[in-house]
Each structure stands twice: as C-alpha cells, then as structure tokens.
Ligand binder design. Structure first.
Ligand code: NAD
Length: 254
C-alpha cells in the first residue's frame, strides 16, 4: 500500500517538472507536502492547485544552496505540519559543456545546486528524522550520474557525487539504527524545462540522437519519474536503502 496518510514530505525544486509532479503524486496518496523552491509565485501556485483538489500542500521559499536556510526551513515546515519523514532532494540545474569548454564558474554553479545542496539537505534531514521516528530520503540523481556524456562534464560529476553520497548516508543511518532509508533515483530524459532550456545549447541533433538511443523510443513524463519516487518514499520499498533506482526507458541497459 502506497498510503502516505499522516506523513509529511518536503520536496525541493517543487515549482516545476519532476518536483511538482512528485508533490502532486505524494499528495494524491495522502501525504502533507511542503513544496519548496526559489520560484515563489510558481511554487505557491503549484501548492494552491493541490489544495484546490483536496490535497494538503504548503509552499516555502528555499534556496537549497544556503546552509542556514535548510535549518530554518525544516524548523518552519515541521512547526507548521509536524515532523518531516520524507525528503526529496530534487532541485537541480543543467549546464552544457565538455571538459575543454566548461568554465570554473559553470562547474561551481552546477556543483552547488546539484551536489552541495544534496549534502546539506540529506544532513539536515538525518539530524531531524533520527529524533522523530525515521523516514525516507530520496536523492534525485540521473543516468548522468552513472554513465558519462561528453557534453555534460559538470552535470555528470555533480550527479555521480549524489549517487555515492547517498550510499554513504544510507550506510551510516542503517548502522546507527535510525530507521532512515536513503536512496537515489536516476531518471533518463524527462520532458521538463530543464531539458527544454538545455537543448538549444546542445550540439545539433542531440535530441534526435538521444531519442534514437532510448530502447522504448520515448522521453519520460515527469509523472513517470514521480511514481518511482512515490515507491521509494513509501513502505513498499521498506528493504531498500543505498539503492539506485534507474528509470530511463532502457537507455543504460545496453
Ligand atoms: P526543472 O527545471 O523543471 O525543475 C527544477 C526546479 O528546481 C525548478 O523549479 C527550479 O526553480 C528549482 N531550483 C533550481 N535551483 C534551485 C535552488 N538553488 N534552490 C531551490 N530550487 C531550485 O527540472 P527537472 O527536470 O524537473 O529536474 C528535477 C531534478 O531531476 C533535477 O535534479 C534534475 O537534474 C533531475 N533530472 C532531470 C532529468 C530530466 O530529463 N528532466 C533527468 C535526470 C535527472
């Protein structure tokens, strides 16, 4: 049963794409969702849309790269809704660039949002959840955290870091008996603004070549990724920790 009634989930990067779809899906399954993002208007509207159809959603402004903001946001969210037992570290950005043409500024920007922030969020959540009955942390990596791509140097590195940070945190939580599971999810290509914004900067034919490489010959919808996140958030995945769940239409199967 993927019933999340009585659980409070905090989702980062929830104004758009996979974060928004995950908020919708978790709310449909009974969770109270605390949606966070740097996009205040879009985020608040997304939360309102969930409330309009009977869900319990709240929006809080959170720049995931700010260490202090993590502490304040967890305090505010748990004060308003009760202890957080699900965290989805989803916020992310993409930059196109090979090893030769990626600037150090681009590298640092990508690492700050995609990698440093997942460390900050996971650490804050472990400290919170261990005193509140445990929980499930889902770190949104990518297939680009498993296999390399010549034009995604910084993105590859940031998502690879998430993959092993997840395993280290999972081992620690299991060894300490905290009742906290930590898993990573590795989407293939999903139709979101992250991909749409990056495509014009990618080499010619990138979208067509990528689609041709996907055995299912389809890009994912954000909802298809969200359903896998729901599985990791729920007790259906109770024996999974330190795992990496690939959702990629078969792209990395060969
Ligand atoms: P998206 O651009 O649609 O949404 C990303 C959200 O993150 C936006 O709402 C944005 O405002 C927010 N965000 C960016 N920087 C932030 C910050 N500093 N603090 C808080 N929020 C911030 O992208 P998406 O495709 O839904 O991506 C979600 C996650 O999935 C990312 O981690 C991305 O790397 C990962 N992913 C996406 C795909 C894909 O094909 N779309 C594939 C694999 C992994």
């Amino acid at each position: 049963m993927k019933d999340l009634s009585g659980r409070v989930a905090l989702i980062t990067g929830a104004a758009r794409g996979i974060g928004r779809a995950s908020s919708n899906v978790l709310a449909q399954h009974g969770a109270t969702v605390v949606m966070t993002d740097v996009l205040a208007e879009e985020g608040a509207a997304a939360a309102e849309a969930i409330c309009k159809v009977g869900g319990d959603a709240h929006f809080l402004l959170l720049d995931v790269t700010s260490e202090n903001a993590w502490h304040d946001t967890l305090d505010a969210a748990s004060g308003r809704c009760g202890p957080i037992s699900i965290l989805i570290n989803n916020a992310g950005i993409g930059e196109i660039g090979t090893i030769e043409d990626t600037s150090f500024d681009q590298w640092k920007r990508v690492m700050a949002v995609n990698s440093d922030a997942v460390f900050l969020g996971t650490r804050a959540a472990v400290r919170h959840m261990k005193d509140h009955g445990g929980g499930s942390i889902i770190n949104v990596s990518s297939i680009e955290g498993i296999v390399g791509n010549a034009v995604l140097t910084a993105y590859n590195a940031s998502k690879g870091a998430v993959r092993l940070l997840t395993k280290s945190a999972a081992l620690h939580c299991a060894q300490q008996g905290y009742g906290i599971r930590v898993n990573s999810i590795h989407p293939g290509f999903a139709e979101t603004s992250l991909v749409a914004d990056a495509l014009p900067l990618a080499p010619e034919g990138f979208a067509e070549d990528t689609l041709a490489d996907i055995p299912m010959n389809l890009f994912a919808s954000p909802e298809e990724i969200a359903k896998a996140i729901l599985f990791l958030a729920s007790d259906e995945s109770s024996y999974m920790t330190g795992s990496e769940l690939v959702v990629d239409g078969g792209l990395t199967a060969r």
